[in-house]
Design a protein. Sequence first.
Length: 552
Amino acid sequence: MISRILGACGLLAVTPALWAAGAIEGEVQRQPLNLSAIIMFVAFVGFTMAITYWASKRSKSTSDFYTAGGSITGFQNGLAIAGDYMSAASFLGISALVFASGYDGLIYSIGFLVGWPVILFLIAERLRNLGKYTFADVASYRLGQTQIRTLSASGSLVVVAFYLIAQMVGAGKLIELLFGLNYHVAVVMVGILMVCYVLFGGMLATTWVQIIKAVLLLSGASFMALMVMKHVNFDFGQLFSEAIKVHPKGEAIMSPGGLVKDPISAISLGLALMFGTAGLPHILMRFFTVSDAKEARKSVFYATGFIGYFYILTFIIGFGAILLVSTNPAFKDATGALLGGNNMAAVHLANAVGGSLFLGFISAVAFATILAVVAGLTLAGASAVSHDLYASVIKKGKANEKDELRVSKITTVALGVLAIGLGILFEKQNIAFMVGLAFSIAASCNFPVLFLSMYWKKLTTRGAMIGGWLGLVTAVALTVLGPTVWVTILGNATPVYPYEYPALFSMLVAFAGIWFFSVTDKSSVGSEERERFFPQFVRSQTGLGASGAVAH
């Protein structure tokens, strides 16, 4: 169950959805070698490497490396955020869910979209006014630097590590399915490319890789949706009625419900999707690449528009696949199942509406999406180690810029090597639970501490530390004790924790822990931290003293 739902996630690797569709069970079904896809992918890599070379000439300082010197406009950043958020799983996973289940497939994409108004109205502006490079700058603004930065960096690194594993395994499986190449070759290739993007070009190169990928993905998906609508004379009623006629489930594909077992799981899933997005370090980091809070708001506005538009396209693509793919024997194997599993529905639809050349384009774009996401993840991980742990915790804020940049680049290489190693190590594993854990940790550790540090006067370091760690540990423990890991992976008969998603309970534990240990903190340090709330509030609202404010 978790595999099917997590496959829809806009940030996830394609792997969970592929497992759900039955495409990855033991040996992967390889598609014939797609020369047009390989040529287009090489062209994409060549072009983005040229951008990386250009960016490397402009990335001299830590500000350039982490935030592109704050030189990105709101529109560009919105497109880059969309590029970071729309992965191959959004494209292949959601359209596969719609292809298999109809209307229900849209529910999960809506869940991820709902997280963006939370960021727009509650986080983006204040984050930009209070922080400099990472969200830990904000969480530790008036609290204990060492403790809070250690907690925030730990939460960030756990999220980044699980996402990197998912992306690397997803890249390997995807290239096996689409390109017909070797899994290990794909993993090493992605690892080397992501290190090059981040190591030499920093945030500027990463941003432009994400922008280019977003434009390509939106263009390809728009063309596919347009061709589907043309097939039904641009009539949604005809699209749905024809889909009902040919789908095995009939009218059931237009009914909601069925993909979530019980109300607790539904609420827990919804909380993870909404608030997990607002705690993802590589998404939050993007708000420091713009010049001020106004541009940060614009970023979220544009990103929400692009992401919402994209999810509408995947809905049309899924129903289009029901019409044009499920009825075509050329896309099926001898047993009547879809070649490569349900997750190849969008790829087969590309072939149906645009021929082999467009199929090559979509295949290359699907793989390029992973490159954009892993570059953002790597940069977030590198900044957590170099800026939060090395410069702020180990060096107590006295590290020079050159040393901090050097540590960041060493971390980038280490993360690249680690990602390749873990990608190879987890090749045969169902890693869907890691992705769910990453979202749950972001919602249970990063988000509560960040949110309350900006909005609650009585928050103290003691409360944030104990509550944050409780949320993190609870999310991990409940995921391990739940049906996905305890039963499916570890082979036990029944789960200790009966629900698939921990967010409902781990978030309650985190918020309750933060509240209780803050209000009972009667120390002089706690009192001083509460008094510092008002200056922080003024800066968060006005931007006075914010990074980059001098330019005005």
